[in-house]
Design a protein around this ligand. Structure first.
Ligand SMILES: [Zn+2]
Length: 228
């Protein structure tokens, strides 16, 4: 059974400053309200904020964000990390009960990410479920391999009554990028592979596309729409 479109709930998890562009970007995770148990796609950055101070992060508790939607952190049954950069996995430890679904290729590269504190990933009780490719995690929620931003990146497709909802992670940063605007230098590890993953996501003909770093949501009928 497809989920209602509002089963995908954006969580505002602060913002970070990218000094190389320079650019301030929002950071989002997503709650998926699913009859088999609620899940999360990405968990934002963690604490202490001092560890990533060059990014000028603000306090952003995923637990508080969930409670604003009447969900207790202990209700989360599964987590998908699109990739293991610091702003997507920083609060995994808030959910000791939940398996963490990550591509094996991504997990094995985690030490290359100098900005991701090891303690945010490797803590007592962390339960990684390493994936070798695409998989349905719970009925109607699938991970898709979308390399380019990182080699082990994955995105998430959710069946909704409106059609597919796509959560790109950082495979595509913004609604404008989804419509063809080129990424800026350094946003993707491999731009040619990014292009192939973007085309793969477009071929899914999503009804809705949600972004981790854009307050807008892309919708098939109206193109870019202003987010909440
Ligand atoms: Zn990111």
């Amino acid at each position: 059974m497809p989920l209602p479109p509002d089963a995908v709930v954006r969580l505002n998890l602060g913002h970070i400053w990218l000094s190389e562009y320079p650019l301030e970007i929002p950071v989002h995770g997503f709650l998926i309200k699913h009859p088999a148990g609620a899940g999360l796609v990405d968990t934002g950055y963690g604490t202490p904020l001092e560890l990533i101070k060059d990014y000028r992060p603000v306090n952003a508790s995923v637990a508080a964000a969930l409670r604003r939607h009447d969900v207790d952190p202990s209700d989360i049954r599964w987590i998908i990390n699109s990739h293991l950069h610091f702003d997507h996995c920083g609060q995994n430890a808030v959910f000791p009960q939940a398996p963490l679904y990550v591509q094996r290729a991504e997990y094995e590269r985690r030490h290359r990410y100098a900005d991701t504190p090891a303690a945010w990933l490797e803590y007592a009780g962390a339960r990684y479920e390493l994936l070798d490719g695409e998989r349905e995690i719970v009925p109607g929620v699938r991970v898709l391999t979308t390399p380019g931003h990182t080699a082990g990146h994955q995105s998430v497709e959710v069946d909704t009554t409106d059609g597919p909802a796509l959560l790109t992670g950082d495979a595509c940063w913004t609604a404008r990028m989804f419509e063809g605007e080129a990424p800026r230098e350094g946003m993707m590890e491999d731009e040619a592979i990014f292009g192939r993953s973007l085309e793969k996501m477009r071929q899914l003909k999503p009804a809705t596309v949600h972004f981790c770093h854009d307050n807008r949501t892309w919708r098939t009928h109206s193109g870019i729409s202003t987010g909440r």
